[in-house]
Design a binder for this molecule. Structure first.
Ligand code: N01
Length: 536
C-alpha cells in the first residue's frame, strides 16, 4: 500500500451496483474517482451472498443497468430470475467492459473517515493502512451488507461448523451432513430448499413464519430476450415511471370491490404467475387491513394445500403481521420442502431455544437436537450497519455512529446528514432503496448525485450538507408516509425499522412513496438551488 494518502476528488466506498455506476459516471464527468472495496472482487452483496439457492426476485432483464444501450443489447440473461452467479458475472463484465477495475482498490475496507473543515476534505483510512483524501465521500455500502450480531444463547459452546449465508465458503461439501438452519427470511427460504437437496438431515429453526410466494423461475423462452431487447429503452422508461422501479401490472381494483370468486381467482392467477407481481393483485393490499387479511387467508390456504402434515402447515402460517409488513419472501419449493422426510420444522416461538451445546442445542423443557453444521441466515444490521460500523467523524467531531445510535439515522432526502458535509449516501436510509428495484433506485441516485457534483463544480461551491430543519422534516415525512400504509403494523420485527437488532433506535428507514414521488422531491430541491441543503 502507498505510504502517502491518495488524493482524489471523489472516494466511493463499495463496488456493487451503486459504486460501479458512480465510478463510471463521475469519471466520465471529469472527476478523479477512486473506489475502495472490502472484497477482492466487484459485486457487493452479490459477491458475498453466494449461499446455495441465492437468487434475485426482480426479473433479470430489469435487475440490470439501463444506462448503456450497447451493454443491455450485448448481455444475455438465461433465466427469468437471475441466480447470484449470473449477477456477479454481469457485474464483472461491466467492470471489464468500462475499464473500471483500474480505479478500484480491492481488499480495502474503509474503517474510518474524518472531515477536515479547513481543507474541506475527508480523510479516510482502510483496514490495510491505505489512506485517501477526497472532497466527496460517497457511501455506496448497500443496505444489507453487515450481518446482525449473533444473538443465540450459548452459541460459543457449539463445536460443529458454523456457516453464515452472507459469506458462504467457496467450497464446502455438505453431503450427508446433519444441518440446522436458523432464519426463515428471504435468505432462509432460498437456502432451505437448496440444502434439503444436499444434506443428509435438515432442521429448520423458525421464530417468525413468513409469507412465501413462489418464484416460478424458468429459462427464458426462445425469442423472449430478443423481444425485450427490441424495446429495452421503453421498458426502462416504464420501470422508472413505476413507484417500485420495475413495471408491475398492478390491478387498480380494490380487494372488496369484487366478489369472492373474482378475488380468489385474481390471487390464484398471480400465485401461478409467481414473483412479486402477487403484491399487485389489488390496489389496497398495503393500506387496508381487511384487504390484506384476504390475501393472508389465500396464502394460508395454499400452505394447507401444499404441506402434507397439518401441524407443520399451521406452524408455517404467519398470523401476527400483515403480508408485506415484513419484506415479502419469494422462493422456490419452500413449502414443498417440508414434505421431504429429511426436513424438520422447529418452531422456537412455541418452544424457545434454551442454549446451544457442544453438538447442537436444547430447548426450554429439555428436548435436545444434535447436528454437525449450523447455518445462520439471521439477517442484517440493515441500512445503517455498514455506516455506523465505521468511525466517521464529521464537523466539530460529530460521530455518526453515536449520533445515529442515539437518535436514529436522520438525513435530508436520504442523501446527506447534517454535520457530515460532502458525505452522500447512495440508495440507503431515507430513500426508496429496498422498497424499489434496487438497481433503478441506485440509477436515480447516481444520476442526481452526478448532476449535483457537476453543479457544485460549475458554481465554485465546495461543500454541501443537509440543513437540520430540512432533515427533521424529511424524517417526519418518511415516517408519515409509512404510517399511511400497513408496513409498520403488527408484530413484524421488521428490519425496515431496525426492529430486528436489539437496542437499535427504531425509525421507518426506507421512503415508502416510491421512486416517482421521490424523484419529484429530488428535482424540487435541485431546481430551488438545492433547497434543504447548505451549500458553501
Ligand atoms: O434476513 P431477515 P434475510 N433466533 O432479517 C431469524 C434481501 N434478500 O437475510 O423474523 C431465531 O429477513 C429471523 O426471525 P424473526 C431481502 O430484502 C433478498 O433473510 O426475527 N431466529 C428471520 O427469520 C430480505 O428481506 C433476496 O423472528 C432468528 C431471519 O432470521 C433481506 O435481504 C434473497 C434469530 C432473518 O431474516 C434480508 O433477508 C435474500 C434468533 N436469535 C435476501 N435472529 C432475494 O432477492 C434472527 N432470526 C430473493
Amino acid at each position: 500500500m502507498t505510504s502517502r494518502p491518495a488524493e482524489v476528488d471523489v472516494l466511493v466506498v463499495g463496488a456493487g451496483f451503486a459504486g460501479l455506476y458512480l465510478l463510471h459516471q463521475l469519471r466520465k464527468d471529469g472527476f478523479d474517482v477512486r473506489v475502495a472495496e472490502a472484497a477482492p472482487e466487484v459485486g457487493g452483496t452479490w459477491y458475498w451472498n453466494r449461499y446455495p439457492g441465492a437468487r434475485c426476485d426482480v426479473e433479470s432483464v430489469d435487475y440490470s443497468y439501463g444506462w448503456d444501450e450497447h451493454l443491455q443489447q450485448e448481455w444475455n440473461w438465461s433465466e427469468r430470475y437471475p441466480a447470484q452467479g449470473d449477477i456477479l458475472a454481469y457485474l464483472k463484465h461491466v467492470a471489464d467492459r468500462f475499464d473500471l477495475r483500474k480505479d478500484i482498490d480491492f481488499d480495502t475496507r474503509i474503517t474510518a473517515a474524518t472531515w477536515d473543515a479547513d481543507a474541506a476534505r475527508w480523510t479516510a483510512t482502510a483496514e490495510n493502512g491505505q489512506e485517501y483524501r477526497a472532497q466527496y465521500l460517497l457511501m455506496a455500502v448497500g443496505c444489507l451488507s453487515v450481518p446482525k450480531e449473533i444473538d443465540l444463547p450459548g452459541i460459543e459452546r457449539f463445536q460443529g461448523e458454523v456457516l453464515r449465508t452472507y459469506d458462504w465458503p467457496a467450497d464446502v461439501d455438505l453431503a450427508g451432513r446433519k444441518v440446522a438452519v436458523v432464519g426463515t427470511g428471504s435468505t432462509g427460504a432460498q437456502v432451505v430448499p437448496a440444502l434439503a437437496e444436499l444434506v443428509g438431515d435438515l432442521t429448520v429453526v423458525q421464530r417468525t413464519p413468513n409469507f412465501v410466494i413462489p418464484t416460478r423461475n424458468r429459462p427464458l423462452a426462445d425469442g423472449e430476450l430478443d423481444a425485450v431487447k427490441a424495446e429495452y429503452a421503453a421498458r426502462r422508461a416504464r420501470n422508472r415511471a413505476h413507484p417500485a422501479g420495475v413495471f408491475r401490472s398492478d390491478n387498480p381494483k380494490l380487494a372488496y370491490e369484487v366478489d369472492d370468486q373474482e378475488r380468489h381467482d385474481t390471487y390464484q392467477e398471480r400465485w401461478e404467475g409467481g414473483g412479486i407481481n402477487f403484491l399487485g393483485a389489488f390496489a389496497d393490499l398495503m393500506v387496508d387491513q381487511k384487504a390484506n387479511d384476504s390475501v393472508c387467508s389465500f396464502v394460508h390456504e395454499k400452505i394447507d394445500e401444499i404441506v402434507a402434515d397439518p401441524k407443520v402447515a399451521d406452524r408455517l402460517k404467519p398470523t401476527t403481521y400483515p403480508l408485506g409488513a415484513k419484506r415479502p419472501v419469494v422462493a422456490t419449493d419452500y413449502y414443498e420442502t417440508f414434505n421431504k422426510p429429511n426436513v424438520h420444522l422447529l418452531d422456537v416461538r412455541e418452544t424457545p431455544l434454551d442454549t446451544f451445546t457442544e453438538d447442537g442445542f436444547s430447548l426450554v423443557g429439555g428436548e435436545s437436537h444434535e447436528f454437525d453444521t449450523l447455518v445462520l441466515a439471521t439477517g442484517f444490521d440493515s441500512f445503517t450497519g455498514a455506516l455506523t460500523k465505521m468511525d466517521i467523524r464529521g464537523r466539530d467531531g460529530r460521530h455518526l455512529g453515536e449520533l445515529w445510535g442515539s437518535e436514529g439515522p436522520k438525513t435530508h432526502l436520504g442523501l446527506s446528514a447534517a454535520g457530515f458535509p460532502n458525505m452522500l449516501l447512495v440508495a440507503n436510509v431515507g430513500s426508496p432503496s429496498v422498497l424499489a428495484n434496487m438497481v433503478t433506485a441506485i440509477e436515480q441516485h447516481v444520476e442526481w448525485i452526478a448532476r449535483l457534483l457537476g453543479d457544485m463544480r460549475e458554481s465554485g461551491r465546495r461543500t454541501i450538507e443537509a440543513e437540520v430543519a430540512a432533515q427533521e422534516q424529511w424524517v417526519e415525512t418518511v415516517e408519515a408516509i409509512a404510517n399511511t400504509t400497513l408496513w409498520p403494523n403488527g408484530d413484524s420485527g421488521s428490519w425496515y425499522r431496525g426492529a430486528n437488532v436489539t437496542g437499535k433506535p427504531q425509525l421507518f428507514m426506507p421512503y415508502a412513496a416510491g421512486i416517482v414521488e421521490y424523484g419529484k422531491a429530488l428535482e424540487a430541491s435541485r431546481s430551488d438551488d438545492y433547497a434543504g441543503f447548505q451549500l458553501a
